[in-house]
Ligand binder design. Structure first.
Ligand SMILES: Cc1cc2nc3c(=O)[nH]c(=O)nc-3n(C[C@H](O)[C@H](O)[C@H](O)COP(=O)(O)OP(=O)(O)OC[C@H]3O[C@@H](n4cnc5c(N)ncnc54)[C@H](O)[C@@H]3O)c2cc1C
Length: 476
């Protein structure tokens, strides 16, 4: 197959491991385009696949083509504009332009200091505060964000129209979600909207806004989350298995239970069961409990180079540096790019409704040091594995980072190990799920995690051997 014949389509993006499952292609086909398919055929939709990830499904004809603007609007399409190009157009007057965190007007560390936004939020409650403030100020009519849901999924995108509804969607959900339904509603129902999302989802929204004047007008604000990577639905299933819980008995899932007496970065998972009981376990007692090891990561995240939602009007993360990381109440870092939102934030700071301190780009990057290593030197290395990808019938991602292999051997091993954990956790869990022997998966996962820890943090006997050979190369 020749490189030029390989076009970005829903089928080729999925086959290439580049589909994050945002649902933009499905939304475009279902609402914007009158009759994309042969009469009588099933309309495209987003569905959980065998790995617990959301992927577009539809007639073969649609999967081979997608909506008209697919190659320009899929966030992982090699033909789509990159984050730097989008941000340059979106924020032409930005005061700062940094190679890691992109363009911005102001950056802060702190938290919401009114009502219970901080207590209810995963971090400092700034996302929910901003969403609620946009509604209160009449700047938007509704906010698209992620809410707990019934049915076959624990969480879904939905629209909140009051600050109280915003509160029900607080907290980070490391669970597959997609935007096709909310994008359809935004297109169908006049009004001004804000959308909350991880970097690739916000990129998808911005790419759609470029193509579609109606979406450009209606989506008035974008609120981005920093992102390490997306997890599949199997994370909940594996946690449940290890906690002795049947997934069918779970009523609600909490990934990060807040505890003021413990460091913010000691995550505790909690399931509330249908019989009213609740079951908790710290992440570090679970086989996949080290976030950075890559268990159940969506493969597309291997080819992402945006840690901080560079194309969002405002974006939010956790302040993963001391003294903030040890403060169990939770602390945000906030990057403001829209002048309107900067004024909103500045007014609330002046009124002591927000407790925020200005910081610079170096501080922001420091809070996400591991994420940037994975998405800069790690990405360069991973891209080098895919040279001549088209020969295998898969697309070569086009990123802002060029392929490169100039790394110490230990870093290379860490990246190889992480990618292997991602691939094998998906496949082994799927196989043992079908065959009914999940303990085999858990044994494998614990062994893989020990090896990863030996490489990345020099833990255990193998770790001290690795540390003697390469003492200065700390992982993460
Ligand atoms: C998959 C994922 C990975 C992340 N990785 C990092 C990271 O590496 N580093 C870092 O500093 N921060 C990361 N974050 C962001 C962090 O977890 C917090 O969401 C952020 O600091 C905001 O906290 P808050 O208290 O202000 O938000 P809250 O007030 O708790 O509000 C959170 C808002 O985000 C929405 N939301 C929750 N989950 C999702 C989702 N999956 N997709 C879209 N919207 C969602 C909720 O509906 C709610 O409106 C990640 C978040 C997610 C969902």
């Amino acid at each position: 197959m020749h490189e030029r014949r390989l076009q970005p389509t829903p089928a080729s993006i999925v086959r290439s491991g580049l589909c994050i499952g945002c649902g933009s292609c499905v939304a475009q086909s279902r609402s914007a385009e009158p009759a994309p398919l042969a009469t009588g055929s099933e309309a495209p939709l987003m569905r959980l696949d065998g790995y617990g990830e959301l992927k577009p499904q539809g007639p073969a004809e649609w999967l081979r083509m997608g909506p008209t603007a697919f190659s320009r609007t899929c966030p992982f399409s090699p033909s789509a504009r990159n984050e730097t190009e989008l941000a340059t157009d979106l924020f032409p007057g930005a005061v700062h332009d940094d190679p890691l965190v992109g363009r911005f007007d102001g950056a802060y560390v702190g938290h919401a200091d009114e009502a219970d936004f901080r207590a209810q939020g995963s971090s400092g409650g700034m996302v929910s505060w901003t969403a609620a403030e946009l509604l209160r100020a009449g700047l938007v009519d509704a906010v698209a964000h992620v809410l707990p849901s019934g049915g076959d999924r624990f969480f879904r995108y939905g629209l909140s129209r009051t600050p109280e509804e915003i509160g029900t969607g607080a907290k980070s959900r490391y669970y597959p979600v997609e935007m096709s339904e909310v994008l359809e509603t935004i297109r169908a129902v006049p009004g001004r909207y804000a959308v909350v999302g991880v970097p690739c989802f916000i990129k998808a929204v911005q790419l759609l806004r470029r193509e579609d004047p109606l979406m450009r007008e209606r989506i008035a604000f974008t609120l981005g989350l920093f992102c390490g990577h997306m997890k599949s639905a199997r994370l909940v299933e594996s946690f449940a298995y290890q906690m002795g819980v049947n997934v069918a008995d779970i009523r609600s899932v909490e990934y990060r239970l807040k505890n003021e007496r413990r460091p913010a970065n000691w995550y505790t998972a909690q399931f509330v069961l249908r019989d009213g009981r609740s079951v908790q376990r710290d992440w570090f007692h679970l086989a996949e409990g080290d976030w950075g090891s890559g268990f159940f990561q969506n493969e597309a995240c291997n080819f992402c180079d945006d840690v901080v939602s560079e194309t969002a009007d405002i974006s939010f993360g956790d302040a993963w540096v001391e003294p903030y990381a040890s403060d169990g109440r939770g602390t945000n870092v906030v990057i403001v790019r829209s002048p309107v939102l900067h004024e909103l934030v500045a007014n609330a700071m002046a009124a002591a409704r927000l407790k925020l301190t200005p910081v610079d780009a170096a501080f922001l990057a420091q809070t996400q040091a591991a994420g940037f290593r994975q998405r800069r030197e790690g990405l360069a290395y991973r891209l080098s594995w895919r040279r001549r990808a088209w020969r295998r019938g898969v697309l070569q991602p086009v990123k802002r980072v060029p392929p490169g292999r100039a790394l110490p051997w230990r870093r290379k091993l860490i990246y190889r190990m992480r990618a292997a954990i991602t691939r094998w956790s998906r496949q082994l869990f799927a196989a043992t799920r079908r065959a009914g022997g999940r303990s085999l998966y858990v044994h494998w996962a614990r062994g893989a995690l020990s090896l990863y820890h030996a490489l990345a943090y020099s833990r255990g006997r193998i770790g001290s051997w690795v540390a003697r050979l390469a003492p200065d190369d700390r992982g993460g």
